[in-house]
Design a binder for this molecule. Sequence first.
Ligand code: FAD
Length: 448
Amino acid sequence: MALPASTNILIVGCGPAGLACAVTLAAKGHKDITIVDARPGGRTLSRAIVIHAQTIEALDTVGVAEKINARGVKAKRMVVRWQQTRLIKANFATLSERTRFPWALLISQSDTEDILEERLNELGVHVHRPYKATEMESVQGGLLVKFESGETIKARYVVGADGNRSTIRALAGIPFRDPKSGKNPHAEVVKPTDTVKKLEKKLGKELVVADVHLSGHIPPTVNPTDLGVFLSPLQFLLLVPLPPAKDDPEQRPIYRMSCPVEPGSKEVTLTYLQKVLNSALGLPDEKTPIVDTLRWASLFRVKSAVADRFHQRMGDGMVALCGDAGHVHSPAGGQGMNLGIRDAIQLGRNLSDILKRDNDPNTTPSASKAYADKKLEQYTAERRKLAVGVIKITKFMTWATGLEAPPAQRARNAFYWTIGRGSVVSKKFTLRLSGLQAAEHENVPVVA
Ligand SMILES: Cc1cc2nc3c(=O)[nH]c(=O)nc-3n(C[C@H](O)[C@H](O)[C@H](O)COP(=O)(O)OP(=O)(O)OC[C@H]3O[C@@H](n4cnc5c(N)ncnc54)[C@H](O)[C@@H]3O)c2cc1C
C-alpha cells in the first residue's frame, strides 16, 4: 500500500502498542492516521501470554474485549509453589468487585495482535508494510520521517511504538536507562572474556521461553486454569496453559514453559525441558507429564529500562512513545505488554483531544501547541511513574524467583508461605498483578 505524503499522526510499529494506539484513534473517528511496520507481514514468535483485568477493561473501551475473551483461556489463579506445596496465590475471582473481567486471560501475543489489527481494519485503517523508519527531521508544520525505501512522510505527531530498541526514541534524543543504575542495557559493551555472571550483570539474566505439548499423566497442580510458578532446587519454572493453535487439527493444549537456560548451552532441547519439569514438580516419573513436542523456543535476556521522557517536542512536531519503546522489564508477572497496551490507549485518547484542539477554528496555533505540550507532559508523568513501579516489582519478583542458594530459597519459601496464608496480602498481590490498582492514574473506566 502506497504511503500518503502527509498525515496527522504517524504510528511507527504495529506490535500490540502501535495497534492499540491506532485502534483508539480510529475508534474516536480520526482516519487521517498512518501506521507502518518494518516487517513485511506475519507475526514475531509469541512472547506475551497474559492479559490482565485492567488491560481487558481498557481494550473494552475500543471494542475488542469480547473477541479477546472468547479466544483466550480465563485463568482463575496464579499459584506459586515449591514443587507440590502451595506458597502464595493470586485469586483473580476476588477482583469481581472492581471489574467485569475477574480473570487473567491466557492468549498468545500473536492472537492479541491479530484481533487488534482486525478491529483496525474494520475501522477503515490498514497497516503499511514494510516501511522501516530510519531518519526524522523537524520541518515546518511537523516532522519528516524517512524510510529505508527512500520514501518520506510528513506528520504533525509521530508515535514511537517500535519496541525496546526504538529508532524513533533514539532519533528524538530521549535517553533510555535503568532507573537504578542509570545505564542503557543496549549500550553495554560485551567482551569475549566476559564470564556468564559478568554477561548477566551487563545484559540481564538469560531465560528460556518454549511452547510445548504435554502428554501422559497431568497432575492436579498443572491445572488448565492456573498460571503456575513452580520453584524448585533447579530454580524455577513458569508453566502456563494456552489455547490450542488455530491451525492444529488435534486442538491440543499448548503449555508455555519459561525457566533459566541450561548452563553452558545455547540450545533448548526436549531433554532439558523435561529435566526442568521433573525438578519443578518433584513427582515420581510415572506422575510427571512428558514434554513430547517442542513447538518453538527462544532465549532472551531480562532487561530493565525506562525512557527519561515519553514525549519530545521537536519544533512544530511532537514525538510520543508507548509500549516497549518507553519501558522494558522482566516478564515476571506478565506486565510488559499489558502496560504497553494501556499506555497506547491512553496516548490515543490524549492525541485525539489534541487533534480536536488543533482543528478548533477558535484556537491559535500557539495555544494549541501549549495544549499539546501540557497533555503530553501529563501523559509522561503518569506513564513513567507506572513504568518505574513495574520495573521495581518485576525486579524483585525476578530476584526472589531466581535465588539459587538453598538457605536463601528456604528463607524465601518461608516468607511466601507465611504471607500467602493471609487473605489481605493475597488480595493486594492479585490487585497489583491485575493492574486495577493503577486505574486511578490511567483514567480508564472501571466498573465500580
Ligand atoms: C520472552 C518474553 C515473554 C514475555 N511475556 C510477557 C507476558 O506474559 N505478558 C506481558 O504483558 N508482556 C510480556 N512480554 C513483553 C511483551 O512481549 C512486550 O512488552 C510487547 O511485545 C511490547 O509491544 P510493543 O508493541 O511495544 O513492541 P513490539 O511488540 O516489539 O513491536 C514493535 C514493532 O515495531 C516494529 N519496528 C521496530 N523498529 C521499526 C522501525 N524502525 N520502523 C518501523 N517499524 C519498526 C517491529 O517490527 C514490531 O512490529 C514478554 C517479552 C518476552 C521477550
